[in-house]
Design a protein around this ligand. Structure first.
Ligand code: NAD
Length: 424
């Protein structure tokens, strides 16, 4: 079978898209008659590559390459973030869009999967240049997005301000204000309470469920967390609040260990000011020692491909809960499975963000806003119900949580595909 878009990528280096294709191959034997449709999952529906030219403050013209990919829209409009990073590639955006298709299906919100990005280091741009780049990119992908078509959200290096510029640019082009075109907006522009904390909250809720299933008591757990940003920071706060001890943390600046448990509120205060964990009280340890820290639960919540076949051999935790997207390589997954370490995959563990994005979209349509308590209660219920379905499927097929989560997601997407049929 030829893959027209995959063949645009370097054939021997599909990157994150290659990881995703391997995950689909692993789940195909469990899809029964729906496997007839599986090729649908192995190619994006459409992918747009755009040139984003802007005038820099010094008068020079700079060009950036941007992407918006619709992976699958069988279950509803596209949903997925916008990443601004110097390493963004089409392969990465394709993979992230595909994981969004699986994620939205697993938590059963009525969206498909999409993702976008611009290959740029936003830290090298002034505030005005960043605004011009964001607005030009939004105009270039205008044909792909819309509240009923595809709804972007923040991802790495994008935030509420960027979403506000995107919403404004789209609205000006449409001739009317359209708040529902993006989620993760500031509250003053139709954003939702609880959106900022939703992913970290979901990670904690799922970790608690999964740990209880292996007869663990969260209030006695020792936790190691990589990344103390939006996701890892909120998860750390909730673990601490539940009585667990956060014994090791790592970010781009350092790895720290404290067998008695960090003072998490103080640590988060330090990170809010210093933008890094370096300088906080605790034993400085090597990157290697971080992965072999004696602990019960490990939460990678930073970047892709952090848990490798090498450090997976040394992980002491009984449970790994993936806060980041794609933090575990397929080889590391095999090592962890063989060593009896349970992994709760990203496509369910970090689905809290897209779930509250769905709430934001619904609230924007109805122009009626919910309280934070209502949002958190609905979020917890969706996450717990989704995890219970995954646990059932894992038992039925005697497979890992990752395979079970992919079975649930792929079945929902492919059933929708089959029911819709092919046109013409
Ligand atoms: P963030 O930028 O707020 O935080 C990232 C954290 O990772 C920081 O603590 C940073 O220091 C750390 N980090 C960066 N490079 C590192 C390195 N080389 N080694 C160790 N740590 C490093 O980002 P975030 O929003 O918390 O996202 C983290 C991950 O979660 C990403 O994979 C993202 O795609 C995923 N995710 C985020 C959301 C969300 O709602 N924010 C939703 C789903 C998935």
């Amino acid at each position: 079978m030829n893959h027209p878009i995959s063949s645009y990528l370097q054939p021997n280096n599909l990157g994150a898209w290659g990881t995703y294709l391997e995950q689909v191959d692993r789940v195909t034997p469990y899809l029964g008659s729906l496997s007839k449709w599986v090729e649908t999952l192995k190619r994006p529906k459409r992918a747009l590559i755009v040139d984003v030219p802007i005038e820099l403050d010094n008068g020079a013209i700079a060009h950036f390459e941007g992407y918006r990919v619709h992976h699958n829209l069988a279950r509803g409009p596209g949903k997925g973030g916008i990443r601004f990073h110097q390493d963004v590639t089409l392969s990465e955006v394709m993979a992230l869009s595909a994981w969004m298709s699986i994620k939205t299906a697993v938590v059963n919100v009525p969206f498909g999967g999409a993702k976008g990005g611009v290959r740029v280091n936003p830290k090298t741009l002034s505030h005005a240049e960043l605004e011009r780049m964001t607005r030009r990119f939004t105009s270039e992908i205008n044909m792909m997005i819309g509240p009923q078509k595809d709804i972007p959200a923040p991802d790495v290096n994008t935030n509420g301000q960027i979403m506000a510029w995107m919403m404004d640019t789209y609205s000006v082009n449409q001739g009317h204000t359209s708040t529902g075109v993006v989620t993760g907006k500031p509250i003053s522009l139709g954003g939702s309470l609880g959106r900022g904390d939703a992913t970290g909250r979901g990670v904690f809720v799922i970790a608690n469920e999964a740990y209880t299933l292996i007869n663990g008591d969260i209030s006695q757990a020792r936790v190691a967390i990589q990344g103390l940003g939006n996701v890892g920071g909120e998860a750390a706060r909730l673990f601490d609040q539940a009585g667990a001890k956060v014994v090791a943390v790592q970010d781009h600046s350092a790895s720290l260990y404290n067998p008695n448990g960090f003072n998490v509120p103080q640590l988060l205060k330090h990170v809010a000011i210093a933008r890094e964990i370096k300088g906080f009280e605790g034993e400085a340890i090597s990157n290697e020692s971080f992965w072999s820290t004696p602990c019960d639960i490990l939460v990678p919540a930073a970047l892709e491909s952090q848990v490798t076949k090498v450090n997976a051999q040394k992980i002491q935790a009984r449970l790994v809960v993936e806060g980041a997207n794609g933090p575990t390589t397929p080889e590391a997954d095999d090592v962890l499975r063989d060593r009896g370490v349970i992994v709760v995959p990203d496509v369910i563990a970090n689905a809290g963000g897209v779930t509250v994005s769905y709430f934001e979209w619904v609230q924007d349509f109805s122009s009626f806003f919910w309280t934070e308590a209502e949002i958190n209660a609905r979020l917890d219920k969706i996450m717990i119900d989704a995890f219970k379905s995954v646990v059932e499927v894992a038992k039925t097929h005697n497979v890992s949580y990752r395979t079970a989560t992919f079975i649930v997601g792929c079945e929902r997407i492919l059933s929708a595909r089959e029911m819709r049929g092919l046109y013409p």
